[in-house]
Ligand binder design. Sequence first.
Ligand code: NAD
Length: 418
Amino acid sequence: MSEKKSSQISGFYKLSIEERLEKLKDFAGLNEQEIAVLKKESSLELKSADKMIENVIGTMPVPLGIATNFLINGENYLIPMATEEPSVIAAASNAARIARLKGGFTAGSDESIMIGQIQVTDLKNPDDAKNAVIANKQKILALANEQDPVLNKFGGGAKDIEVRILDKFIVVHLLVDCRDAMGANAVNTMAEAAAPLIEEITGGEVILKIISNLAVKRLARSSAVFDKEALGGEEVVDRIILAYKFAAKDPYRCATNNKGIMNGISSVVLATGNDTRAIEAGAHGYAALNGYSPLAKYRKNSDGDLVGEIELPMAVGLIGGATAVHPTAKINVKILGVKTARELEEVIASVGLAQNLAALRALSAEGIQRGHMKLHAKNIAKMAGADDRILDKVVEIMVRERKVRLDRAREIVEELKK
Ligand code: NAD
């Protein structure tokens, strides 16, 4: 046995936060200052945090910022984003500023349909089992709907059933309209309730009954036109399209491309108290459906502007989860001003597109840098006394040498004047 103290602490969950911190102090050798950091109250008070998860010892604040400039379906939005990563919010705001020039983002979403999976094994004949489930569809749906009268009242509930045969077992998909909820609890409850009836119908044994995060029936999409001049010229448009094609052809690049999209998406998901892992699993699952692909696509339109389009599953809610509990999440939803889960889904998809555009533009920016360098060099050359006859030449030499400095400009001016 090592000298290290045992991590087996029975009844840790029963202790008060104070007592848990005592144990932790002893285990990890924390000093008073470190304990004080953990005990410090944030806008999420410790007693509220203690009700949200188990074994609470503190809260972990991340910076919360606001992305500006977003115009989505003609509406103005300020977007709360919770992230520890610098540049994300500035980049999103910048891309939204460019999108605004051509009318902003046009976004849409599917109905809030989630899939509950019920795995049925130990079947004599999977085809017969599938047919039996389909024949009893109404009975299964009715039983599922008995579980959530509130969801039914809001027009949601179990709406349909699909059956897939996988190897020797079948998977029943319960399709549930979750309205303004993310829906995991609602769907899991329904799937569990329907399981015994499905066993009876099929003569099989149900193993798993759980929501799928690959929410292909709950997609959100957004598109925007990005003005070529605002991007830095048609050359930049072409370079962004090449950068996109790189991601489309190469999973190593594509993972990073999609990570960049999630920089924006996860920040809004977290800020609104939604489940970042659910959204990330759904995004990457969807990206991998037909060979891992970029979640956003780009093309050039007849004006030479860049058109970007994004589509991905977006199971976020305004009811349930932490959204309605976390005090900052509640305020963030108010800042957004979204009235339905679908509106929130559309906003988040737009942020994902903005984030991706900003990243691709920065990455393929040699053209932009060159443009910037030229402007800068022109100013320096003028300061060094270059007149119109030699101005372009001085600029050209400095840019070629990558030495845009006043001392070098003076040397070149002198040489050329000779
Ligand atoms: P929930 O159960 O807290 O709230 C949803 C319920 O609110 C509905 O079932 C309905 O009864 C009620 N409701 C009231 N008004 C409504 C309206 N207008 N629209 C819809 N429903 C309304 O939350 P949930 O959304 O079912 O579950 C989300 C939580 O589940 C999250 O915290 C998530 O992290 C967690 N979770 C996720 C997974 C997963 O993603 N795989 C698995 C398990 C749990």
